[in-house]
Write a protein that binds this ligand. Sequence first.
Ligand code: CA
Length: 223
Amino acid sequence: MRILLIEDERELAEALSAALGKHGIVTDHTVILADAVELTRQNRYDAILLDRRLPDGEGLSFIPELRLTGKDTPIIVMTALNEPKERIEGLDLGADDYLGKPFLVEELMARLRAVLRRSPELAELKITAGRMVIDPLHLSVTVDAVPLDLPRRELLVLAALARRKEKTVLRSTLEAAVYNYEEEIQSNALDAHISRLRKRLIDAGAGVAIHNIRGVGYLMKEE
Ligand code: CA
């Protein structure tokens, strides 16, 4: 899962990115609206977290701009502007939720889960493959109902492959599931994740195999 965070308070942004990362969510962060527009053109986001008072303008102005491009990505406004009329303004402009600052990260996570549940693409949240059930929102995986402990990045790769099982998944798609746009990706990092993941899946009897499609990507097959 990938979200866009538009927030100019660096400390808050860093804390949020770290917290979201623990839940397996890749965060692209920007401090200005101009970059946000560009990023939404280049990437597909599952949700957008939007501050209001930003260096280059009112965050709410981004919502109609985004909707005009035909994107209905869920948007949660997070702001200190939290009077009733300000909340009404945000929701009426097309925000899906509105959270006053300061807030608990746990509450933001719960609201994020709530808007994601409504997204048709994520409606079938749990992914099954072989003997595994993967819950991408809570970042957990079980094999025959027994929890399997996986490092975050391996779990993200696993979920991306399992979501498209029996189909070749491009390297770029897998990398986008694991890294944000600011992270330097080592050319063999993905292969290293896959190789460790393969071993763990065999050890756990997960009932799937990951095939290498040379130069293209990877393919998960049920056994
Ligand atoms: Ca701000």
